[in-house]
Unconditional design. Structure first.
Length: 330
């Protein structure tokens, strides 16, 4: 089966899922979930992404997010790699954490988004084990589940500061914010009384959930991309971060080392070299393999090891933060 299309443009709204490798757990406990939330929060600011809903389960997660730039792939690459490094370090593990590529579905705002958000938020009480019990028992578990945006939407807890609610609430016409939350809570919890179909099953091309008119706009965008119109070129330009060369130059200047020396394969003893690799990984959207090639043909596993060691050194965090600030001013 062919891979689903990756469609990117400014303002695109997505439903994103990622599962553990071999369906293994990706969250061993609440500290892992908090680590993911911390990295997610950083990534939203770094890549100009709005998060509209989320739920974290044991072996997978769901996000509904809108990209202000056409940069879904860059954002998810950073988030999944950063979390994998954090998880593996905490649990003394190696190798892949996630099962292949994440899945993304382009979503039309409005009623399609509303139905999708309900299905997503009901995940913690769906399935043979999680869905056991009476509707009342499931409702209590749903409202008590901490690792989801539902509690904030339903008004049973304060909404997380990194969640944007306007799109989901846009379908309701209540006069006050609290009344809107009551309406949404009733809408979602109605799904505890009957079987709710997965809205994603109605997706077209395995990639688009929406009306025929919405699908046509996506076709038009793809046609524009194939023809290389100016709009698409501008979108691609907007996603570009600082160049790897510019980042290496900033690190070289900070440590008083010639930039060319940082890129040489034989310069393995330079601490600044590891910092340069880390900064390029953070800011430039390169894969570990591409970073290895840039730095003299290093193996991608060796690059990952250097980055992991650098991030685990608490005494270096301020130093690394300063490097990021300097690079962002390029």
């Amino acid at each position: 089966m062919a891979r689903a299309l990756r469609i990117e443009y400014e303002g695109a709204l997505y439903h994103i899922t990622a599962r553990g490798n071999r369906r293994d757990r990706i969250f061993a406990g609440d500290q892992d979930r908090q680590d993911f939330i911390d990295l997610l929060t950083v990534s939203l600011a770094r890549y100009a992404v709005e998060l509209h809903a989320y739920v974290l389960l044991t072996n997978h997660f769901h996000l509904i997010a809108r990209t202000s730039r056409a940069n879904l792939a860059r954002w998810m690459h950073w988030l999944l790699v950063a979390y994998t490094v954090r998880f593996n370090r905490r649990h003394s593990a190696v190798g892949h954490l996630f099962q292949g590529r994440y899945k993304s579905l382009l979503v039309e705002p409005g009623s399609y988004l509303l139905e999708l958000s309900r299905y997503l938020h009901l995940n913690p009480v769906r399935g043979s084990r999680r869905g056991a019990g009476t509707p009342q028992e499931r409702r209590e578990r749903l409202r008590a589940y901490s690792w989801s945006s539902y509690r904030g939407y339903a008004g049973v807890a304060r909404q997380a500061s990194f969640v944007t609610e306007d799109l989901v609430f846009g379908e309701f016409q209540a006069r006050t914010g609290q009344a809107t939350r009551v309406q949404y809570r009733r809408f979602v919890e109605e799904g505890l009384l009957r079987e709710i179909e997965n809205p994603a099953e109605a997706a077209q091309w395995q990639a688009v959930l929406g009306s025929e008119e919405f699908l046509q706009t996506i076709k038009d965008r793809m046609q524009a991309r194939r023809e290389g119109r100016r709009e698409v070129k501008a979108l691609r330009k907007a996603t570009a971060g600082p160049s790897p060369g510019a980042v290496v130059a900033v690190v070289a200047k900070k440590y008083g080392v010639p930039a060319v020396r940082l890129l040489q394969g034989r310069a393995y003893g330079l601490r600044a070299r590891s910092v340069a690799m880390w900064a390029v990984w953070q800011l430039c959207g390169l894969t570990l393999r591409e970073i290895g090639e840039l730095f003299g043909g290093m193996d991608y596993a060796a690059v990952a090891q250097r980055i992991r060691r650098l991030e685990s050194d608490r005494q270096r965090r301020k130093e690394l933060h300063d490097v990021l600030i300097q690079c962002q001013n390029i």
